[in-house]
Write a protein that binds this ligand. Sequence first.
Ligand code: SF4
Length: 444
Amino acid sequence: MSQKIAIISLGCPKNLVDSEQMVYSLQQAGYEMTTSIDLADAVVVNTCCFIDAAKSEAIENILELARMKEDPSTALRAIVVAGCMAQSCKEEIFAELPEVDGVVCCSALDRTVEAVREALEGKKPMIEGDLSAPPFECGRTLSNAEGYAYVKIGEGCDNRCSYCVIPSLRGPSRSRPMEYILSECRDLASKGIGELIVVAQDISKYGIDLTGKPQLVELLREMAKIEGVEWIRLHYINPDGLSDELIELIASEDKIVKYIDMPIQHISGRILADMNRHYTPEDVKEKVAKLRRIENMVIRTSLIVGFPGETEEEFEELCEFLREAKLDKVGAFPYSPQEGTPAAEMEGQIDEEVKLERAERIEYIQEDVMYERASGLEGKTLRLMCEGFDRIAEIWYGRSYAESPDIDGKIFFTDDAGVAAPGRFVNVVVDDAADGEPIGHTVE
Ligand code: SF4
């Protein structure tokens, strides 16, 4: 009887794609995958450690599994730690978490099966790979049946932002060959996946390591030719990589949804320089203005508040920018110093309460934008990716082009036309959006 393996996938969509590759590899090796942790012989925890909160979440999951391992009513015999925290803390994990039975770094994603096998044999493997090796090419077992899939086009990053540990955990920027990406996209489309979400640490840098120049535009043009793909969504484009050619393509290619995730992090020139971000406040304002020329363009961004030395004036500068720019979706994160990064050594570290208070003030500003945007939807007919049915609320839910999975809200609807099914595109008329959460009904 084949051994059962479960996987807990933490962190970002890039880590989720890694988890899907791990599942595929384990299935190919003859293991049976289960979503019931208590039935699993081994559990792989694919971790994140971008910020302290992520590290704590990973450790909480590992300790919970350790308790289950002690419980004779469960089948659990091995805990394998994978992902960024494995890469970052590979030496200390066994010492600080003796309950762990195996460690496989994100640089050794291709050896996950070996790590699980040896962990189950009690060999306490710690497997590390070459951080500059080409990204691991392998099939995936999708983790959702909601009609969308992330397409990871590269690994690592060369940007070296002063607050970020990613380059030391994921290595230099390495793009996947375009033909591998396109064949994966064709395979996904052939399985009925209509929405492809393009991810990497900074997708704007795609292809530079392969050809010396950015190739994202070329890649997107080829992806748009694939039959069955209806939506192509772009995440993680830094302002310095948002070229006029790319903006033109977003504007002219119907399959590329009018939605962009462009992390700007701040708007103060001094802080952007200290973050080692490769653009100026003027660049940001120029890119936002160009994007705003695209009808119904939705701009998502992420911000860091409480960066070392951030004065009340600099924070107010950011607030004023948000009031003017009215960015559609904003994630504001209190700065979290990471060991080994230049920013963690900087003078003027800000108190936690001040950081949290500033993050709240950003949320407050954005609430107005959210309500204004939602109320503008009433009476409109939206094309939604139907994601599923909420059995408790007895209502369907989905996303329009303006919502990305997991990070943006949902649109709820009744299926008056009898057309709803997970993973299918449906048309919904918005009846009400008073509380900022649009609700509607399907039409033919
Ligand atoms: S762009 Fe900056 S923040 Fe993003 S992964 Fe690269 S170094 Fe980190």
